[in-house]
Design a protein. Structure first.
Lengths: 342, 220
């Protein structure tokens, strides 16, 4: 698979009143062609700054950015404009021209690429059809919902058939319903076009439902990367664990968690997601594991099962045997009570 | 007194109107063009995304501030040699429109600059990310987003010009301002003065109404 975007030791530093703040710290990362790649991490981790170096809205302080193998870091003027025609971008706050109609907002991108006048309107209507906004062409952005505004922005970003779509917290300003709306639109488009998508978010739900691969960013550095399934099934870095644990569906009321001893989170490996592991364990060791919480998620169509169990009261020797047996088919992590003491 | 007022008005009013119309017409149209241009220069030379040019911006800003600090009545006198050089006379409505244009241009330039600065930087960023060249962004984003605010700025400048026309009239420009001063003040014809006040109030109210209407039409 060939690379679409490569960051090579990219750093971005801001200096303010003599103090230097390094927002992005020597990031090296490759995004493959046709991939839906996510960068997740807490806010302030430098995700947005990093993604903005792709189309040079932010110039790296050091390091290089490659698009299609070409070092674009020093592009300027017309060369830079030409590059940006190949890279669509959508933003957290949509950034539509308020005083222009939906159609004119989309047409702007076509004017930017020097499209013939006569071809603009038909192409705009085609794009609005693609994003499900055919009946909104002559409305102004103020008349649209957040999800619809973002779909206008998507139509604008895709106007010139870009190879890459950058999404900077594209669903973070939306309620769950509108988020689902935008996610559906992106999925739909991704299914029809050979597009590389680089999506920045701090929303774990979005990451779960969209991404092929994920990089986890914390304090300007990439601390972990892998397929979405790997990251969600078995997060290695603390940043990823925090992010995932926070909304893993394993939140248990604080009082309940406090009253139970020896709480463990068991995440089933893919092929064992449907196994009756707990029942088997009980039979084999003649012991009872109390299930406190649990769920099965589907990430990229693969099941990911998670249970929270309590081993309170088990004698230490037996506990070791039980854990060894479970570990053959699942990952075990201690349940972090303090994570939820917010 | 009432009859006397009517006689004076019948004799002088149309000429005064015509003179005011000439002063206002020339200075409004010219300052509109020059003020918009200068406003854009101030904004564009200061903004990194467009044509950052510190030296040009500093010079333009200094000139604007210099002219803005001179009270209009003094500006009229100060610019007399320039006016004479430019139009060949120091009196009459055409001469008066020179300082009026200068004053309105710098005033409008500052207002336009601040209107442009209010444009959401995110929208400009999205336009840049689209691959648009600066000129396209200026026309289709900046001008469109700032249009309502610029319309209100133009209204303010127009109403300001009405006031300036009266002052310019006093020092030889003619027009309705001159009429009010000549008759209302020097000859104690209060009726003439009251009449001009009524006319000016109506014109200002109408201008503001129209300006608001245009601004509303441009904003969505």
């Amino acid at each position: 698979m060939s690379e679409s975007i490569r960051f090579n030791r990219v750093s971005v530093a801001f200096s303010n009143q003599g103090k230097t703040f390094t927002a992005v710290d020597k990031v090296t990362l490759a995004v493959n062609k046709g991939e839906f790649f996510g960068i997740i991490g807490p806010s302030g981790a430098g995700k947005s700054t990093l993604v903005r170096t792709v189309n040079l809205l932010q110039r790296p302080t050091s390091g290089n950015v490659y698009i299609d193998g070409q070092d674009v870091t020093s592009y300027k003027g017309r060369e830079l404009s030409a590059l940006r025609l190949r890279i669509g971008m959508i933003f957290q706050h949509f950034n539509l021209v308020r005083n222009s109609t939906v159609a004119d907002n989309v047409a702007f991108a076509l004017l930017a690429s020097g499209t013939q006048k006569a071809k603009i309107r038909p192409r705009v209507l085609e794009l609005l059809k693609l994003t499900g906004l055919s009946d909104k062409a002559d409305l102004y952005p103020a008349a649209l919902s957040g999800g619809q505004k973002q779909r206008v922005a998507i139509a604008r970003a895709l106007a010139n058939n870009p190879e890459i779509l950058l999404c900077d917290e594209a669903t973070s300003a939306l309620d769950p319903e509108n988020t689902a709306d935008v996610i559906a639109a992106l999925r739909d488009i991704k299914a029809q076009y050979p597009l590389t998508v680089l999506f920045i978010t701090h929303q774990e739900q979005v990451a779960r439902s969209l991404f092929d691969r994920i990089a986890v960013m914390e304090r300007g550095r990439i601390v972990e990367q892998g397929t979405a399934y790997e990251i969600f099934a078995h997060p290695q870095s603390k940043a990823a664990q925090d992010l995932i644990a926070r909304s893993h569906g394993t939140e248990i009321p604080k009082e309940v968690a406090a009253s139970l001893q020896d709480l463990l989170v068991i995440t089933f490996r893919e092929e064992h997601a449907y196994d009756a592991l707990i029942a088997e364990t009980s039979r084999k060791f003649g012991t009872d594991l109390s299930i406190i919480a649990g769920r099965i998620d589907y990430i990229q169509g693969k099941p990911l099962g998670t249970l929270v169990v309590s081993l309170g009261g088990l004698d230490p020797k037996k506990r070791v045997q039980v854990l060894a047996f479970i570990a053959e088919r699942a990952w075990i992590q201690p349940y972090k009570k303090e994570e939820f003491d917010v | 007194m009432f009859n006397e007022t009517l006689v004076i008005l019948q004799r002088e009013l149309w000429k005064a109107f015509a003179q005011t119309f000439v002063m206002m017409g020339i200075s409004f149209v010219l300052s509109l063009i020059l003020g918009l241009a200068l406003g854009f220069v101030l904004y564009l030379t200061e903004t990194p995304a467009f044509y950052p040019k510190k030296s040009l911006n500093a010079v333009a800003a200094a000139i604007v501030n210099f002219i803005r600090s001179i009270p209009f009545i003094i500006l009229v006198v100060f610019t007399l040699p320039f006016t004479f050089w430019l139009v060949g006379t120091k009196i009459g409505p055409i001469a008066a429109s020179v300082p009026m244009t200068i004053s309105a241009t710098v005033f409008l330039a500052r207002l336009v600059e601040s209107s442009l600065k209010e444009t959401d930087p995110g929208v400009i960023e999205a336009a840049l990310a689209s691959g648009a060249r600066p000129w396209l962004i200026i026309r289709k984003v900046l001008l469109v987003e700032a249009a309502p605010s610029i319309a209100r700025a133009v209204t303010v400048v127009f109403i300001n010009l009405i006031g300036a026309s009266a002052m310019a009239g006093m020092v030889g420009g003619g027009g309705i301002g001159n009429l009010a001063v000549q008759y209302g003040y020097y000859r104690y014809e209060t009726g003439v003065m009251l009449f001009t006040i009524v006319v000016l109030v109506i014109v200002v109210q109408l201008s503001q109404y129209l300006g608001d209407k245009v601004a509303k039409h441009l904003s969505h």
